[in-house]
Ligand binder design. Structure first.
Ligand SMILES: [Zn+2]
Length: 78
């Protein structure tokens, strides 16, 4: 059964929406400390933290920042 135009456009929007990176690097860095703490405490991520996570996956630059922050937090906790 061929897909209707309606179904195709629904599928396309699903694919597009499944990989959102609506955060800019600035927005990410504002929240990255909170994200690192949330990760360390193992609490579940809220919507804005999920956006940070998404951005970190797509942005090696912010991910570097996040990794060094994580290091710092870990050494504080020990
Ligand atoms: Zn970034």
């Amino acid at each position: 059964m061929p897909l209707s135009k309606q179904q195709i456009s629904t599928l396309i929007s699903l694919v597009v929406n499944s990989t959102p990176d609506s955060l800019s690097c600035d927005d990410c860095l504002v929240n990255v400390a909170e994200f690192a703490e949330t990760e360390l405490m193992g609490t579940s991520l809220c919507e804005s933290m999920l956006k940070v996570k998404q951005h970190l996956n797509n942005c090696p630059c912010c991910n570097d920042e996040y990794q060094s922050l994580l290091e710092a937090l870990r050494s504080l906790n020990n």
